[in-house]
Write a protein that binds this ligand. Structure first.
Ligand code: GLA
Length: 386
């Protein structure tokens, strides 16, 4: 069921003093292609989804933030002047955003807040970026006169992940949550910060997510190790090619040159990234020509790379990918950080109903639980609702 303002407002009224505040929303995201490229300064191709976080906020005249998570039925309080912050991780996201906004000079004051989300947790759809973004956007509106630019709001969320949660993520998720536009995907150059909206209106195809329900958790996961592998290889290549600052600038030839100077594991990780940077551009060109077969083929290649070279897949996700291929789905791959979560599937209209049925049946037969199928609707980015 779609989350509404009332779902949040009724809880806000119940858990605080009965008055109401301002309500904001910020979405989760999908990514058509370009996985683990953001922190390598490459390209990504995300879009915001309809599902997201809704938060009601009201200044309370103190230095205390009193926060209620409707979904977890948990409450946390922290002082804006505290250095350490709360221990519950959901509250640390809010704390981190407050502190980072304050560091930018926004005179944040204490507030009461309740929030809820309908982005499935751990599905690789960036529920955490939605949470960071809804507060970054709201605090900018309430105390920052909306002076902080959107890209900086995204960075506030990213820094929150780095400094308060320990996940050294790239910028894709927060970027998408803040900048999303109904009906459009966005191609972002993560080095320059330049981006373009691409209206997403594939004639004859639909995007469908299949959530393996294997919960992925990036905080404290091998995600940070992948990033380190990439940085190590870029460093070695740079010794031979000073113009190379990140894997975005590297080629397969350069990688071959340093093959004996890096571990075989780091080599495989870098090989995946170098290929993925090129695939995003191939997909953009193909989309301009309406060539969905090429888009799909690139998606399958990405899945292969994420599974065999980057090693962020799992049995359930590989099986979902196999089913997609067997059933004639145009493109399919792991979406997001990996280690669980969803596959994203580009499916010809006439196959959609059949695929949904078969994928649920086969997956359940093998793993004893049903995956969740989600139709992708590209929605708007962070905004004020009332
Ligand atoms: C997570 C991170 C992003 C990005 C993806 C993989 O979602 O938060 O920055 O690295 O994984 O593409």
């Amino acid at each position: 069921m779609k989350l509404t303002i009332d779902d949040v407002r009724s809880r806000f009224i119940k858990h605080f003093d009965g008055s109401t505040g301002s309500v904001y929303a910020s979405p989760g995201r999908i990514n058509l292609i370009g996985e683990h490229t953001d922190y390598n300064n490459g390209f990504v191709f995300p879009g915001a989804v309809e599902q997201g976080m809704i938060a009601e906020i009201k200044p309370n005249g103190t230095r205390i933030v009193d926060a209620y998570s409707i979904d977890l039925k948990d409450r946390a309080q922290f002082s804006l002047d505290d250095e350490k912050g709360p221990s519950a991780s959901w509250a640390r996201y809010i704390f981190g955003v407050c502190r980072e906004m304050m560091a930018l000079g926004v005179p944040v004051q204490g507030f009461n807040t309740a929030f809820s989300g309908d982005v499935p947790l751990g599905a690789g759809m960036s529920s955490s970026a939605a949470l960071e973004s809804v507060y970054a956007f709201a605090l900018n509106d309430l105390w920052g006169e909306n002076k902080i630019e959107k890209m900086e709001l995204a960075r506030v969320g990213q820094r929150t992940e780095h400094k308060y949660l320990g996940c050294n993520c790239g910028i894709m998720d927060q970027f998408a949550s803040i900048h999303g536009k109904k009906g459009s995907l966005m191609r972002l150059d993560c080095r320059s910060g330049e981006f373009e909206y691409f209206p997403w209106n594939p004639k004859g195809y639909q995007l469908v997510l299949v959530n393996s329900c294997v919960k992925h958790e990036l905080v404290g996961s091998p995600y940070n190790d992948r990033r380190l592998s990439c940085e190590r290889v870029a460093e070695v290549i740079k010794r031979h090619h000073p113009e190379v600052d990140s894997l975005r600038d590297a080629t397969y030839e350069m990688l071959e040159e340093v093959k004996n100077e890096v571990t075989s594991e780091d080599y495989s990780r870098a090989k995946y990234v170098i290929g993925e940077v090129v695939r995003v551009l191939t997909v953009c060109e193909a989309l301009e020509k309406g060539d969905y077969d090429t888009v799909g083929e690139m998606m399958y290649q990405t899945h292969y790379g994420l599974s065999k070279e980057y090693e962020v897949s799992c049995e359930e996700l590989d099986y979902l990918n196999d089913i997609a291929r067997e059933e004639g789905v145009t493109g399919s791959r792991i979406m997001g950080g990996g280690f669980g979560g969803c596959t994203i599937n580009l499916i010809p209209d006439e196959l959609v109903a059949h695929f949904k049925e078969v994928v649920v049946k086969k997956f359940e037969e093998k793993f004893g639980k049903k995956p969740i199928v989600i139709d992708v609707v590209i929605g708007d980015g962070a905004r004020k609702l009332c």
